[in-house]
Design a protein around this ligand. Structure first.
Ligand code: PXP
Length: 244
């Protein structure tokens, strides 16, 4: 497949934490997603540990056989955890305590010193780094200058208002990032409906999808939800221009 599908299992932990039970276990969810064809597992260890917790991350590291993508803020605490945990990929994301979910992309231009420090520790330890950024030229160029291998385009605005102009922004961002030599991932707010147009962008090689997939799983079960999402992604990929 021309595109990797990574499933974010955070909201299995959200459901567990709502009642303080041991179930549903995000690690079991990760294994079911892998068995159903996910190419990787994504989890966001937030400062407030509102969904996955340190122990979940350690158990995910031990159980995941595909690829583990750890989303985290560019803080000293998180970098220390990542260096010990050794996920396959770290995606640096902005984080504010009061937000409901990750709002906006990382300000690589404005926070350059802090981001550069985290990137250099992680890359120095041999961990692939991806920066979660808006499809903005200055942010993409700054990401390239920091020497990361990948960026993840924030698709939240497009998913909120799927207009031609938002899609054009994503397309131009993906083209520029690719031209700069960066691998291009995309994520946030994607569903089995709106993912088609994003998967149709030839430069996109990875998708990170969580909330909508877990919501679908409530009705159809996790394996079926992953399979349906993968089919939707493949329908999007089929729309790519020939040869892309
Ligand atoms: N990619 C990144 C970098 C994210 O921070 C998130 C949310 O944790 C996602 C993808 C997944 O977003 P959603 O849960 O809306 O699919």
């Amino acid at each position: 497949m021309a595109i990797r599908l990574h499933i974010n299992i955070d909201h299995v932990a959200t459901l567990r934490n709502a009642r303080g039970t041991r179930y549903p276990d995000p690690v079991v969810a990760a294994q079911l997603c892998e068995q159903a064809g996910a190419d990787g597992i994504t989890a966001h260890l937030r400062e407030d540990r509102r969904h996955v917790r340190d122990d979940d991350m350690a158990r995910l590291r031990a159980a995941v056989t595909t690829l583990l993508n750890m989303e985290m803020a560019a803080t000293d605490e998180m970098v220390a955890i990542a260096l010990k945990l050794r996920p396959d990929v770290v995606t640096l994301v902005p984080e504010r305590r009061e937000e409901r979910t990750t709002e906006g992309g990382l300000d690589v231009v404005g926070q350059r010193v802090a981001v550069a420090k985290a990137v250099s520790s992680l890359v120095g330890a041999g961990i692939k780094v991806s920066l979660f950024v808006a499809a903005d030229e200055a942010q993409l160029r700054a990401s390239r200058e920091l020497g990361v291998q990948q960026i993840e385009l924030h698709t939240g605005e497009y998913c909120h208002a799927p207009t031609p102009s938002e899609l054009t922004k994503l397309r131009e961002g993906a083209e520029l990032a690719h031209a700069l030599g960066l691998e291009v991932a995309a994520g946030h707010g994607l569903t089995r409906h709106n993912v088609l147009e994003v998967a149709a962008l030839s430069e996109v090689t990875e998708l990170n999808i969580g909330h909508a997939l877990i919501a679908d799983a409530v009705f159809v079960g996790l394996p079926q939800a992953v399979r349906e999402l993968r089919e939707a992604v493949l329908r999007g990929v089929a729309r790519r221009p020939r040869g892309a």
